[in-house]
Structure formats: C-alpha cells, structure tokens
Design a protein around this ligand. Structure first.
Ligand SMILES: Nc1ncnc2c1ncn2[C@@H]1O[C@H](COP(=O)(O)OP(=O)(O)OP(=O)(O)O)[C@@H](O)[C@H]1O
Ligand SMILES: CC(C)(CO)[C@@H](O)C(=O)NCCC(=O)O
Ligand SMILES: [K+]
Length: 249
C-alpha cells in the first residue's frame, strides 16, 4: 500500500492507495500530525510499504513529519521537490523554487488530465489560480486569501462581527443579501470567491481562445463550481500531480 500526503497550511489530506495505484483504500482530512497517525492506526489491516508527500509547510515541520513516518510506520517518505520542468510542463515562475509545491503538482495533474490549455483553481486556506498553455507552459497565476482567512480577518479586526459556526453553515443555503451577521459575512465571502473565479475564467478565455479545461480543487471547490459550467471538480488533483512528480519504482 502507498501512503500519500498533501500537507497544506491548515489540513493534511491523506490517502492510501493500492501498490499499482488502481484502488483508493483509505482517505481522510486531519488537522495535525498526531491526528494523522491516529487515523492511520485506526485503518484496518493497513500495511504501508511506500510513502510520498507534498508539503507547503516549513522545511522543519516537513522534516519532523518525515522522521515520525520513519519511526512509526517504517517508511522513507519521498517528498515532492520543485522543478523547472516535468515532462511537457514548464514552471513559469521567475524562480521556479518559489512556486508553491501544491500549485505545481495541481498544474502537473491538470495538464495530465486535460491534455490542453488549463485553468486550475485551488480553494483552500489560500485560493490560487494557475494558467497552463496547450503546449504545457505554466504562465503564472494568482494568490488570494481563502474563505477561512477572510472570515478570520473580519472577526479579528472588528468588534462586532461575531457569530456561531453552526449558524454559518446554514447561512450558505442561498446567496441573497444577508439579514444577519452570519449570513452577511458568509455569503459576502463566498461571493468574493465566486467573483475571483469568474474573473479567472475571463482571463482564461482571453488567453486561450482555442479552448481550455477548468479544474477546481481544494476544500471549498463546491462553493464555486456552478460559476464555471463544465469545470471538473477533482478533489485529488494534487495527488494526481504527486504521482507524476514522485514515481515510486
Ligand atoms: N472534511 C473537511 N475538513 C476540513 N475542511 C474541509 C473539509 N471539507 C471541506 N473543507 C473546507 O476546506 C477548506 C480548507 O481547504 P483545504 O483542505 O483544501 O486546504 P488547506 O489544507 O487548509 O489549505 P492549503 O492546502 O491551501 O494550504 C476549509 O475552508 C473548509 O471549509
Ligand atoms: C499559496 C499557497 C499557500 C497555497 O497553498 C502555497 O502554494 C504556497 O505557500 N506558495 C508559495 C508562494 C507562491 O506560490 O508564490
Ligand atoms: K492546497
């Protein structure tokens, strides 16, 4: 079994796939290294033989996780590294090492699945958009705060924006002007995301008149999916790229 980890800024997405990669055996989302090991301990008949991971955390945090994987599971994790090119796909950053590895892997995954020009939007702690031309050139992208950061900033920097998490979930049943703080903030922030995605779509249309594929990923992808009819929501997009960047044989 192969353990795959996508270590984001707030959560670790993990999954266990079969040796040949054809089956997804276990999967989960956790908020800490220790929660990860608890989840793995609870997976019945888990036998991890190999491991690959991508991390946008600090080198020290990533190294600490690699050490614990070695100690607790006896596996040597292979970590995705920056590259200026993988296959046809070329990194468009001035300094390719600066492009977030989750973005780079999502770009690799999208181009592999789409086989033509692509727009990739990843909606997590941060929201990112990346453009790839039909011949595999990454043209750069955009970064902005994601939903959790927008909410937090509003409550941190105001006195009276306060509401209950449960109320917040109910507020997103529709997007009419809010009639409570929870509705006003939750819907306002979702509309920011949707506006961002709509703008990326306009840019992609202008850049790629021959047509393009849109990929949405990240925990909040469902909140914007209907902004882009025809978009593919690929929850595992980073893992698709991880398998390309870190082949294990
Ligand atoms: N099962 C889940 N656990 C945690 N968050 C979830 C879950 N399902 C949806 N979400 C949403 O996903 C968002 C977090 O996204 P995601 O897990 O893609 O990113 P992250 O690890 O926080 O950040 P990033 O990978 O961008 O650094 C939260 O805003 C939350 O609302
Ligand atoms: C933008 C995030 C936080 C998204 O997870 C990550 O890709 C990252 O830390 N990137 C480094 C900065 C950059 O991509 O330019
Ligand atoms: K991410």
């Amino acid at each position: 079994m192969i353990l795959e980890l996508d270590c984001g800024n707030s959560f670790i997405k993990w999954r266990v796939i079969s040796e040949d990669g054809s089956q997804r055996l276990f999967a989960g989302v956790v908020d800490s290294d220790s929660a990860l090991f608890e989840s793995l301990a609870a997976a019945p008949e888990l036998r991890v033989s190999r491991c690959r991971l991508v991390s946008v955390r600090s080198d020290a945090e990533t190294e600490q996780l690699v050490v614990r994987l070695r100690e607790l599971l006896g596996v040597e994790a292979v970590c995705a590294q920056s590259a200026s090119q993988v296959g046809m796909v070329r990194n468009g950053y001035e300094d390719f090492r600066r492009l977030g590895l989750d973005r780079w892997l999502a770009v690799l995954g999208a181009y592999h699945l789409g086989q033509r020009a692509c727009l990739v939007v990843d909606l997590g702690t941060a929201v990112t958009a990346d453009f790839i031309s039909a011949d595999g050139m990454h043209q750069g992208g955009f970064i902005c705060p994601g939903l959790p950061l927008m909410r937090d900033q509003l409550s941190t920097h105001t006195r009276r924006i306060r509401y209950d998490r449960q109320v917040a979930l109910a507020a997103l049943q529709e997007l009419e002007p809010g009639r409570s703080t929870a509705e006003a903030v939750e819907r306002g922030c979702v509309l920011m995301l949707r506006g961002f995605v709509a703008e990326q779509l306009l840019q992609a249309r202008a850049r790629f008149p021959e047509g393009f594929e849109v990929f949405l990923t990240g925990g909040d992808a469902d909140l914007v999916r209907d902004v882009v009819p025809g978009a593919q929501v690929v929850t595992d997009l980073v893992f698709v790229g991880l398998a390309i960047a870190c082949p294990l044989s």
